[in-house]
Ligand binder design. Structure first.
Ligand code: UDP
Length: 475
């Protein structure tokens, strides 16, 4: 694709989960001949992206420029809600971002592309005169709900947690949803987390536009709601450009050595393995790990399972002791049929492996997209953030998954076994696989030359620089 070269500064929120999609966006921009610099806030007092993680990603992606922005320690950390702590930290980084845009790269930046939580950087963009767009690395359906919640929530009788299974109606949703499926951080209406999110989601509407990591075919209902302007009462909804799926192709951040789990998968029959992995942070209490183990064992299916230290043991034992955490004899009995990996696998490569037949996921949006482009049916077990909302979209609207658990719920072994069998053995599983095959094809189509996501990207460039020629770009 030809056309004017633009330079973008990409500004992720704190945490590896926010950095990974920004790296994919940067790769997309570079593929289209533009320049991309990722500015990463590096505070001393949070579990944010470490300089080491940035160095690893920079080494794996030498064409992308990375810049660490020092941020002073947040004034209050102890007892502060993590959403508020992160918001405060990002706000404290505003001067460093301003220095970067105004002094280090004066006049050189065409647009600032902001993570959904970096709303206070809108002030910096306005101050230095750089257009700001959001890069929304979650579903378009989430965007529709987030934009609406600051207006809807105050009108409801109580907190989502108290409303429980009461149905709530939101624009872009396929059906009214249970209040408990709303984003985890906002379940309690009076919490600091909710206040921060309401503030942030209200401000998203101030941007010139929102790039969404999704594609038109997957989410027609939510995109109609966003396009009709019904999500944000009383003010225009920013323009939405679905430019995805932008996903890790398996090369980002991986060392040259092939992970042992891939060699193990090579030796398994096609579509025979259930893969369980719960994002960059997902972890279960010890009692729940035992229950999952029993469910997997009694399902009789092969499995590859990524296990982290239970939250209650965080920081206690230096080494994760699987023999102690899992049921007695589990590892020995299942040697050959199952593999348990501590902490991390190269997921993007795993989901693409032909031996994998189902994916038990926490419904993080990157994981969902990686499964979609691999044509892999999912079993949803949301753990935090907006994952239960994603589950509703994935099960009810996209029809690419079945539901298993929900935030903080204890799930019995029988339920784990039943859902594994449902997807691996039953007619429902066959229907899901067919649907995923179509979704995969549609995802590929969207990102091909002149596919819907390429067209949306060209429209975004046109929106950014209306006066410039877009010769050679799709329209
Ligand atoms: N991931 C991985 N290996 C793991 C766990 C996660 O490579 O063991 C990657 C996964 O492929 C995805 C990202 O980390 O790209 C997690 O993003 P997601 O949005 O799914 O969840 P989050 O971590 O933000 O909750």
């Amino acid at each position: 694709m030809t056309g004017k070269k633009r330079t973008f500064v990409l500004y992720p929120s704190l945490g590896v989960g926010h950095l990974i999609p920004m790296v994919e966006l940067a790769k997309h921009l570079l593929r289209h001949g533009h320049g991309a610099l990722i500015a990463v806030v590096d505070p001393p007092d949070t579990d944010a992206v470490s300089a080491a993680a940035v160095a690893r990603l920079a080494a794996a992606n030498p064409a992308i420029a990375f810049r660490l922005l020092p941020a002073p320690a947040s004034p209050d950390v102890v007892g502060v809600h993590p959403a508020k702590r992160d918001k405060d930290t990002l706000q404290l980084a505003n001067p460093a971002l301003r220095d970067l845009l105004r002094d280090s790269l004066p006049g050189a930046v065409d647009a600032l592309l902001l993570d959904m939580f970096c709303v206070d950087a809108l002030d910096v963009a306005a101050e230095v005169g750089v257009p700001a767009y959001f890069f929304f690395a979650s579903a378009a359906g989430d965007l529709a709900v987030f934009l609406n919640l600051p207006y809807l929530y105050p009108t409801l009788p109580s907190s989502f947690r108290e409303m429980g299974e009461t149905l709530v109606r939101c624009p872009g949703m396929p059906t009214p949803i249970q209040a408990l499926d709303m984003p985890w951080t906002v379940l309690d209406r009076e919490s600091d987390g909710t206040k921060v999110r309401m503030y942030q989601w209200k401000r998203i509407a101030e941007a010139r536009g929102v790039l969404v990591n999704s594609f038109d075919w997957l989410e027609p209902r939510a995109l109609t709601a966003l396009g009709d302007g019904v999500c944000v009462p009383g003010r225009p909804t920013p323009r939405v450009f679905c430019i995805g799926p932008l996903v890790n192709d398996g090369s980002t951040g991986q060392s040259g050595e092939r992970h042992e789990c891939l060699a193990w998968l090579d030796a398994q029959p096609k579509r025979s393995v259930v893969f369980l992995c719960f994002g960059s942070k997902g972890a279960f209490p010890a009692a729940q790990l035992q229950e999952i183990a029993r469910g997997l064992e009694s399902s009789g299916h092969r499995f590859l399972w990524v296990v982290r230290s239970p939250p209650e043991e965080e920081g206690q034992s230096p080494e994760l002791d699987l023999g102690r955490l899992l049921p007695a004899g589990f590892l020995d009995r299942n040697r050959g049929r199952g593999m348990v990996v501590k902490n991390w696998v190269p997921q993007a490569q795993v989901v693409r492996h032909e031996a994998v037949g189902a994916f038990v996921t926490h419904c993080g949006w990157n994981s969902a997209l990686e499964a979609i482009v691999s044509g892999l049916p999912m079993i949803c077990w949301p753990l935090y953030a907006e994952q239960a909302l994603n589950k509703v979209f994935m099960v009810e609207e996209m029809k690419i998954a079945v539901a298993l658990g929900r935030y903080e719920e204890f799930v019995r072994a029988e339920e784990v076994e039943a859902k594994v069998r449902l997807v691996m053995e039953a007619e429902e599983g066959r229907i899901l696989r067919e649907r995923l095959a179509v979704a995969r094809e549609k995802a590929l189509e969207a990102t091909r030359e002149c596919g819907s996501s390429q067209v949306a990207f060209a429209e975004f460039l046109r929106d950014l620089d209306k006066s410039s020629s877009v010769n050679g770009e799709c329209n």
